[in-house]
Design a protein around this ligand. Structure first.
Ligand code: CDP
Ligand code: MG
Length: 136
């Protein structure tokens, strides 16, 4: 049975800086994730802190927020069958060293922090994250 849903994807500053936007978008399209919305933005550190607030108790939180606001990013709404899980699979593990072959993080990630992409981790968070960037 099909389960068409949406998820939020972000191309992070390390990948935008290396001109990987089109390469990464092609991977989504090849894997039947349609790009319903896409915009290139540069967020403030406070906005990054709000977006990543689930991680506020983590030791890497401050660096993570500084990093996501360090340069332009591309935020996208992807849609497809089981889009949340499908996108996580295409992204690969958080640490590029542990990511499966041909995943975005294996192909392009530099390190655990500069890992090229973000993807929502549940349908519930996908809705919240899409609203965060695309609610008028
Ligand atoms: O992005 P993902 O959902 O795979 O991982 P997360 O555990 O939700 O962590 C969010 C982001 O924090 C990661 O994508 C990394 O950029 C960063 N992070 C880090 O810098 N150092 C860690 N030890 C773990 C995560
Ligand atoms: Mg996460």
């Amino acid at each position: 049975m099909s389960n068409i849903e949406k998820t939020l994807s972000i191309i992070k500053p390390d990948a935008v800086e290396r001109n990987l936007i089109d390469e990464i978008k092609k991977i989504f399209l090849k894997n039947d994730l349609n790009i319903k919305e896409s915009k290139k933005i540069h967020i403030t550190k406070d906005e990054a802190a709000e977006f990543y607030k689930v991680h506020q108790s983590k030791p890497f939180y401050n660096d993570l927020c500084a990093y996501l606001s360090s340069g332009p990013i591309v935020v996208m709404v992807l849609e497809g069958n089981n889009a949340v899980a499908a996108n996580r699979k295409i992204m690969g593990a958080t640490n590029p060293k542990d990511a499966d072959k041909n995943t975005i993080r294996k192909l392009y990630g530099i390190s655990i922090d500069k890992n090229s992409v973000h993807g929502s981790d549940s349908s519930e968070n996908a809705k919240k994250e899409i609203d965060f960037f695309f609610k008028n």
